[in-house]
Design a protein around this ligand. Sequence first.
Ligand code: F6P
Length: 552
Amino acid sequence: MKAFNELNSYKELQKHFDEIKHMHMREMFEHDPKRYQRYFSHIGGIRLDYSKNRITDKTMTLLENLAQECSLREKIQQMFQGKKINNTENRAVLHTALRNKGKTCIMVDGIDIMQNVHSVLDKMSQFSDSIRIGSWLGYTNQIITDIVNIGIGGSDLGALMVCKALENYGHPRLNMHFVSNVDGVQLQKVLNHIHPETTLFIIASKTFSTQETLTNALTARKWFLNHSLDEKFISKHFVAVSTNKEAVKEFGIDENNMFEFWNWVGGRYSLWSSIGLSIMIYLGRENFDSLLEGAYLMDEHFYNADFKDNMPVILALLGIWYINFFDAGSHLIAPYDQHLRYFSKFIQQLDMESNGKQVRKNGQKVEYDTGPIIWGDLGINSQHAFFQLLHQGTHLSPIDLIVSLSKKGNLPGHHEILLSNVFAQAQAFMKGKTYDEVCIQMRQNGIEEQEIQRLAPHKVFSGNRPSNMILLDEICPQNIGALIALYEHKIFVQGVIWDINSFDQWGVELGKELAKDILDEFKGGEESKKHDSSTKNLIQIYKNFNSNLKEK
Ligand code: F6P
């Protein structure tokens, strides 16, 4: 395959970019007021208005040509069929199999994986039911009231995000806790609020070798044993979710209390697997199934729809347009719904760990930008914090604004304010405010001409800042499932176009290796010769500081 920047469609887009780069979206809307109808897509409970982008019909055609030239259709099929597209780890990438509601078999290494998928789902379901109805009892025969998920990254963020997003569907007796940080402050705070007799710990780790998770798990185990005083009770309060049976056994968790998943599920794509155990316990099997159904709906759409109508493909191509032609190095995710408060964090891992790559699948260095910096927070709060830079700063950062249409459950009058704000922001980003408009308004307000001249430049908004408006009918399991799958597939498409492997994450390894050496030194081991002078000094400062504390 040719490199992205050598493709004919790339060159066509480059020419087109030169024609359109100074065109303002205001003019686009003036000349083409119906663009909101054409640049609109609707799948299940999700609507996407992408008319406030710096695009014309020609842009979209050229971007679709780019997808064709990269054999996107074939690549989608390869992923869904279980081809080993994660070429550096020689693995299939099959999170789609976890929500496959179709009847087709999916073969990996000669085995139909769908049977395993269903049997683990059933095991999760039985276990979740027993916690929910109260038939699973702790070591003093009490029902479980608190669930503590101990995991990090993909073994934390997805489950955390979904449990918070769908808290209206959660079991009223169950308190959900998520511990990821090895800074003991987080675990300690949870331990202070729970009781060992009524708590279930879920140790979630794909590899079961992640230092932070295992350290937290061991501390939790010790705390539990300090109270229960007998190892035989562990099986009532600790379960594991992992691909690594041996390590789970070694840790002391019974195989019956282990929920399996497989190496063809990437950590950041794993909430659909047994990593979603905390989700199923909290929401119940039925709601978990709706989550899977929503994702399946998006999968089917992604697999079958023409690129011009394909929501994940559209979002991916728009992203490419800004990253590779407008030099936009970041992308903002701004949900307005309070339920989605962890959504940008989750997408940050999903996107940046997937597409933060600098070499192509064949190992050659890329000569173009790949994954953007994903950032974000709740939009309404961000309006009063960092949106200033988006409106008047010098960086271009495309924005996804995400909101739910349903006002069910909101306090009277609140939802209208929320929606009026998100629609207004999109309008302001697009239109901006010209110098003339600023002056007219100031004159109308009776401000003196000299003052107008002084202040006007500061009040100009350039506008022409792109945004996608993503409207969910409501926050429900099905729509959340579809929304997550939308982003998963968007990220996949971008990876295909850049010809990178979106499914490995070697970049996280170096820090882990170096931390091991440093930890050894903290524990009294020999000083490593490999450290630079700054690191050496930092280690010494830490050691001195703490030995001084001891002496005091
Ligand atoms: O260090 C990065 C990473 O491997 C992520 O990719 C993963 O989601 C996270 O750590 C947790 O890994 P595990 O589930 O194996 O504990």
